[in-house]
Design a protein around this ligand. Sequence first.
Ligand code: HEC
Length: 429
Amino acid sequence: MRRETQAAWLGLGAAGLVAAIGIGVTQTVVAAKTGSVCNTPTTLFCDSLVKPPPEWKGKLFKLSQDYPSTLPKETLPWSGIDPAWEPDKYAFAVLDYFYEGSIRQEAEQSFQTDLNTVRKWYHAPWLDAGANGREPLQGLTRERSSRKGELGPEQKQLWNNWAVGFYNAPGGIALGKIWADHGKPNVSASAMPEGTAAAKLLFTTANETEVPFLKGSPVWRAYVYEDVHLDRHSIDDKRAILPLRLLQIDFAVKDLKHSPTTGWVFGTFVYGGGKVGSQSGWRNVAPVGLMWGNDPNYSGSGELREMRINPYVTLVHYGYQRRLNGPVDNPKSSCMSCHGTAELPQSALLPADGATPEEIARFFVNVPSGKPFTPGAASADYSLQVSMGIMAFNEAQVAKQQPVDKRTQFLKHLEERDEIPARDGGNFQ
Ligand code: HEC
């Protein structure tokens, strides 16, 4: 494994690895991109560990990490809307809140947190490590790939997908508490306050020929793996600056008033409603649905009660037994099934292949807010960005403490594991 590869696995820049191996006395970490020190107990978190290509003269991703300590005074626009009765209205209230101050004329200038004068949004740290870590232009992490046919009948090949997530100020407060000590994250601070909103933009490398409903979709360039048809990628794979199109928008809001058991309402939008139309731009998205529970005892037929699915949207697949999921998501899961597993140590996100009906059912319980999925684990309150970030941090510490031969073995193991993005399953042993 190359030295830079090892460094990226540790969530460190190349110089950081030299230090970590023990050549230097300090554990200085240098981000590949800027040359500035980051991801150490006494510095900022890194933006990205991937060096942009020399020809790139445009802007680079900046991790919004100036986490707040006090709640802003604002009325949350969805607080008076019942998701069961007015799911569309609820979903659009969250979307409008996420969009306000974020949309600019230039698609690539949109969602730059430093340009938003209405409200601040924050990014979760430590999602930079490894083969699926943040790329340097927009901070995108690699998601599950869309297999042939999953996005529509004309889709003939597999295409890679990439995404970036944001938290509003209440969520930012929690991130700030969890990561108050940059050298020692505190998972017991991960209860997200009421009013937390997280949103995620998912972009695809798929083109309009194979996925016609992407017509008019905002385009971001990003420095991603060049072979967009390969499902498994290792960190040394060749990258290129490619155009990606907006495909899906996910959100999760902490709303104990409307979701007293799980504490959360999850929802998702698909570009163009999954149909070719004449509209374009950021607003041309339609809600796929909302959920506030997993319908634990659902038999597989009849009505799902703890979610609403929009009948006017066209999707090739949903989640398990037609529970809510987005077009990019794994059909064996659902938003809240996967996110309900957010805990430390992080257990598998999905039922294993060949799981028995009992094992599958375990993934569709309603995990109460603040309770772990696995007895004895620590809850990360449905935030997989929190659990994944802390997991990456912990693995870097383990790797650093090992003698060189053992470390190489450990990093090789992580490398093989991460060829499958987290969202696609994989187990975290
Ligand atoms: C099989 C697993 C899986 C499924 C299904 C899934 N997600 Fe996630 N999601 C993840 C992982 C892993 C992350 C964190 C890593 C990242 O952001 O790349 C994440 C991150 C997010 C985030 C950012 C904040 C956070 O909680 O971590 C939001 C919001 C989100 N997902 C919403 C949704 C919604 C809405 C759905 C359903 C439409 C969904 N997710 C389905 C795995 C999943």
